[in-house]
Write a protein that binds this ligand. Structure first.
Ligand code: SF4
Length: 381
C-alpha cells in the first residue's frame, strides 16, 4: 500500500452564506471553539478505528469549508498539533488553507505561515463590486487585492485565486475586467468556475421564481473560451476544467489526488468525504449531529460504500478525464479494457475532443467544454 496520504479538514462556519453556495456551513459561530475540540476528538476516533493510518506521511493537507480563515491561529495550532500526534507531515507537504479575503490580516496570515500553511486559496470570485454584492460576498474588490498583497508579505509563495463566470447578465467586458485584475495580482494559480445553480440554494429559489434567468449555454461557452485564452496568453496552463497554474509545481496537488481516483485521502469535519483502501465514506452534514455522535465516541459517518467495478470505471472516466487524463495502462490493468479500442474514440479524436498522448487520453482545449458529453460516450462500453 502507498504510505502517502492526504488529509482534508472541513471548517463549517461562514460570516454570511453566499447565494450560490451548497457547501455545508452555518453563520452561527458561537460553537466554533467547541467545534475545534470535536474535530480533534474525531482525529482520535479515526485513528482508533483505523490504527493503520498512524505514522503515515501526509503529502497534502487541505483546510476547506466553509471559511477556514475564520480559525484563529490558536485554533489552527491545536489542530496542527493533533495532526502531528498521529501523522508525519511530509517535508514537501502542500498545506492549503482556503481564505475569504474579508477575514484576514497580516498578523493572522503570518501566524498561519508559521504553523506550516504554505498555500493560500482566496475565494475572490469577481473584481466587479455589483457582482460581489449580488453573490453576497462579504468583501469588496479592494479587500481582495489587499488580502493577496498581505499573503505575499506574510511569505506565501503559493497563492491561488478563485473567479466565477457565467453570472446572470454577465457581460464579456465585466469578465474581462475581473481577469485583468486577477492577472495583475500575479497569483501562482487561478481557478475559474462556471456558476452552477445548485438545488436548495437561494439562487435556485430565485431561478425557480423567475426572478433571474440562467445564462444560456452558448453564452457561457463563449465566456469559458475567453477565460481559457486570456489565461493561456498570460502563461497559465490549464490542467483541469476549471484550474490553471503557472507551473507544474503550482498546480493544486491536493485536488490532483481527488482527480486521480485511486489515491487515499482521509477527512474530518461535518460533510467531509474520504476514500481509504477502496472504501468511500462521508460524514453527517449537521454540526449538532456531528457533535452528538462524537460525544458518544462514534465516528460522525452517515454512510460508506465500496464501489463496484462498473461504478469505479465510470468514476475514473469522470475524474481522470477532467484533469490530467486517463492513464491507459492502469485502466487496462484494473478494468481489463483497452480504451484505445473503444468504438467512440476515432470519432472523439476526429472531432478534436481528446488526444492520445504518451499513453494518456487527454481532453483538448475544446474537449474541456464538453467533458461530461465525452465521458457519457466513453461510458457506453
Ligand atoms: S464563503 Fe465560501 S463556503 Fe461560505 S457560503 Fe460563501 S461560497 Fe460558501
Amino acid at each position: 500500500m502507498n504510505s502517502d496520504l492526504s488529509a482534508y479538514f472541513h471548517i463549517p462556519f461562514c460570516d454570511t452564506k453566499c447565494v450560490y453556495c451548497d457547501f455545508y456551513s452555518i453563520e452561527d459561530r458561537s460553537s466554533q471553539t467547541k467545534f475545534v475540540e470535536l474535530l480533534n476528538k474525531e482525529v482520535d476516533l479515526k485513528i482508533k478505528a483505523h490504527p493503520e493510518l498512524q505514522g503515515r506521511s501526509l503529502k497534502t493537507i487541505f483546510f476547506g469549508g466553509g471559511t477556514p480563515s475564520l480559525l484563529s491561529p490558536q485554533e489552527l495550532s491545536s489542530i496542527v498539533e493533533q495532526i502531528k500526534k498521529y501523522f508525519i507531515i511530509s517535508e514537501d507537504v502542500e498545506f492549503t488553507l482556503e481564505c475569504n479575503p474579508g477575514t484576514v490580516t497580516l498578523e493572522k496570515l503570518s501566524a498561519y505561515r508559521e504553523l506550516g500553511v504554505n498555500r493560500l486559496s482566496f475565494g475572490v470570485q469577481s473584481f466587479n463590486e455589483d457582482e460581489l454584492q449580488w453573490l453576497s460576498r462579504i468583501h469588496n474588490a479592494d479587500e481582495a487585492r489587499t488580502a493577496i498583497t498581505l499573503a505575499r508579505q506574510a511569505g506565501f509563495e503559493n497563492v491561488s485565486l478563485d473567479l466565477m463566470f457565467a453570472l446572470p447578465n454577465q457581460t464579456k467586458e465585466k469578465l474581462s475586467y475581473s481577469l485583468d485584475e486577477a492577472l495583475a495580482l500575479g497569483t501562482d494559480h487561478i481557478s475559474a468556475y462556471n456558476l452552477t445553480v445548485e438545488e436548495g440554494t437561494p439562487l435556485n429559489r430565485m431561478v425557480k421564481l423567475g426572478q433571474i434567468g440562467e445564462m444560456q449555454q452558448e453564452e457561457a461557452a463563449e465566456l469559458f473560451e475567453m477565460v481559457q485564452s486570456r489565461l493561456a496568453d498570460a502563461g497559465y496552463k490549464q490542467y483541469e476544467i476549471s484550474n490553471y497554474a503557472k507551473s507544474r509545481e503550482k498546480r493544486a496537488h491536493h485536488n490532483l489526488i481527488y482527480w486521480d481516483g485511486f489515491k487515499d485521502y482521509v477527512s474530518f469535519g461535518p460533510s467531509a468525504h474520504e476514500f481509504l483502501g477502496g472504501m468511500r465514506a462521508w460524514n453527517i452534514s449537521s454540526l449538532d449531529q456531528y457533535g452528538a455522535m462524537i460525544a458518544e465516541n462514534k465516528l460522525p459517518r452517515i454512510n460508506s460504500e465500496e464501489l463496484s467495478l462498473d461504478k469505479r470505471r465510470t468514476e475514473i472516466l469522470f475524474v481522470q478525464l477532467r484533469a490530467t487524463g486517463i492513464d491507459l495502462a492502469s485502466f487496462k490493468k484494473i478494468f481489463g479494457e483497452d480504451l484505445l479500442a473503444h468504438p467512440e474514440l476515432p470519432m472523439l479524436i476526429e472531432e478534436g475532443m481528446v488526444d492520445h498522448i504518451e499513453d494518456y487520453l487527454r481532453l483538448t482545449k475544446k474537449g474541456y467544454r464538453f467533458c461530461d458529453a465525452v465521458v457519457l460516450r466513453l461510458m457506453r462500453n
